[in-house]
Ligand binder design. Structure first.
Ligand SMILES: [Zn+2]
Ligand SMILES: [Zn+2]
Length: 182
């Protein structure tokens, strides 16, 4: 993933303030390319000075260009998610001495020694969580024919009708017959 300056925020100012101080930012046109999928998100965030660091909260909307899990066409899937993560400083803002930031939790998000809070990795994780596992271009998507591979959203294919689509009465007769044959 490429670094995006949109989501690298210098938080030296707010770190010097007391607990409860707030800053607001817009995150615009944040883009990701992840495993061949293009993501594009926008959001507004609020930075809150906490006792130990900075709590970032916000809500995001955007689109992911995904392949439909039934018919495989690429379509724009709207995504939205709420964001909430605390970031911890790695050096003391006044003394410049190293801090044991998030030492008890190696997955904690940190603010680097230049007081840059980089949202990219956290946002990337939220974006992936907001993406459906089995995306569908439409709830009515008919998918591909399992025999000839034709996209059935574009009309029926030439394949003979599969047994699954026999009328119920015919299926009942067949079941009855197989019971008798046992
Ligand atoms: Zn589809
Ligand atoms: Zn077919």
């Amino acid at each position: 993933m490429t670094k995006n300056e949109n989501v690298q925020i210098n938080v030296a100012g707010i770190l010097k303030e007391s607990t409860g101080a707030i800053r607001r930012f817009q995150v615009e046109h944040e883009r990701y390319l992840e495993e061949g999928v293009n993501y594009h998100v926008n959001g507004s965030i609020e930075l809150l000075r906490t006792k130990r660091g900075i709590l970032v909260r916000g809500d995001f909307t955007g689109v992911a260009s995904l392949a439909c899990s039934r018919c495989l066409i690429i379509f724009d899937q709207p995504i939205r998610f709420d964001f909430e993560e605390e970031f911890f400083p790695t050096v003391s803002i006044n003394a410049g001495t190293p801090l044991a930031a998030g030492e008890d939790d190696s997955s904690a998000f940190v603010i680097d020694a230049r007081h840059i809070l980089d949202l990219s990795e956290a946002l990337r994780q939220y974006v992936l969580l907001a993406t459906p596992m089995k995306p569908l271009c439409s709830s009515l998507c008919r998918g591909l024919c399992t025999r000839c591979g034709k996209n059935l959203n574009q009309g029926p294919c030439e394949c003979p009708t599969a047994s699954g689509s026999l009328p119920e009465s015919e299926i009942a007769k067949l079941k009855d017959l197989s019971r008798k044959l046992r």
